[in-house]
Design a protein around this ligand. Structure first.
Ligand SMILES: NC(=O)c1ccc[n+]([C@@H]2O[C@H](COP(=O)([O-])OP(=O)(O)OC[C@H]3O[C@@H](n4cnc5c(N)ncnc54)[C@H](OP(=O)(O)O)[C@@H]3O)[C@@H](O)[C@H]2O)c1
Length: 274
């Protein structure tokens, strides 16, 4: 596991391969998204995560198109926002995203949150998959209950569930459920949005491995067999975060990091999910 690179992939349930480490772009304004994605691609990142909600699909897409990297070498994810649930609405939202990105297809299209007309929305997602406009379809912020509901009534099992996941929010049961069902779990906010980077226990381990706290957190997720999409707008941090790919945390130290779990949700309140 220590020899991962920015082109190492995890295979989704329909055979599509997704690079295990990608770049997150939440809260990156459109203009800046252009330059950050160009830098990331230049460094070697081949997986970019955006969403209609981030209002930066135009910049992300332009950066990909102008980068000189062949389209088929970049894995692009975007997401359907809460106000676009429903079959017709979802198809229209996808078209808008594709136009803004300026691409002919996306690699992964996700339902951003389990809100609204989930069943109808999923039918639209299945159609996009069938048409080939999305190479894979999945969900985000789905709990086991939401996944069971979707899987129980659909033809297509979501390829991915993108959820908040870090040593401070170790969603062990969800991970185990996803492994059983063949759903790849992808960690968003793996750095706790910076809020636990100075945790003294993490600092001790970081010193032991001569790695940064961010690298320790990203590596911990990778060793769970998951994909991960840390966000940074700084070139040196993009490089630093990719440095999580080439070292190994021992099982004993992974177990120590497992124990950091405090149910920390930095992005949402679980009580608010229907
Ligand atoms: N599906 C969803 O509902 C959902 C929700 C949240 C996030 N996401 C996705 O997941 C991505 C990542 O999550 P996130 O943006 O919430 O948070 P995150 O990746 O956990 O943390 C990002 C924060 O950490 C800082 N940072 C990055 N690398 C660092 C390093 N090496 N050392 C110190 N600080 C570092 C960044 O600052 P700088 O940028 O200033 O470097 C930023 O403030 C998002 O961008 C988005 O694509 C999805």
């Amino acid at each position: 596991m220590s020899d991962l690179s920015l082109t190492s992939t995890i295979t989704l349930n329909n055979g599509v391969r997704m690079p295990v480490l990608g770049l997150g772009t939440f809260k990156v304004p459109n203009d800046q998204a252009y330059s950050v994605v160009r830098q990331a691609l230049d460094i070697g990142y081949r997986h970019i995560d955006t969403a209609a909600y981030y209002a930066n699909e135009e910049g992300v897409g332009r950066a990909i198109r102008e980068s000189g990297v062949p389209r088929e070498e970049v894995f692009v994810t975007t997401k359907l926002w809460d106000t676009d649930h429903g079959k017709k609405e979802a198809l229209a939202a996808f078209d808008r995203s594709l136009k803004l990105l300026g691409l002919e297809y996306v690699d992964l299209y996700l339902v951003h949150w389990p809100r609204g007309e989930r069943a109808e929305t999923w039918k639209a997602m299945e159609r996009l998959l069938e048409e080939g406009s999305a190479r894979a379809i999945g969900v985000s912020n789905y709990t086991i209950r939401h996944l069971e509901e979707t899987i129980g009534r659909s033809y297509v099992v979501p390829a991915v569930d993108q959820v908040e996941f870090s040593p401070f929010l170790y969603q062990k049961e969800l991970l185990s459920y996803c492994r059983t069902m063949g759903v790849v779990l992808e960690a968003h906010s793996p750095l706790t949005r910076g809020s636990r980077l100075n945790d003294p226990r993490l600092l001790v381990l970081a010193e032991k491995y001569e790695r940064s706290p961010a690298q320790m957190m990203i590596r911990w997720v990778l060793q769970k067999g998951m994909a991960v999409i840390p966000k940074s707008v700084h070139r040196e941090r993009l490089i630093e975060n990719a440095g999580a790919l080439d070292f190994t945390i021992s099982p004993a130290d992974v177990a120590i990091m497992d124990s950091f779990d405090e149910g920390l949700h930095t992005t949402w309140n679980p009580e608010e999910i229907p």
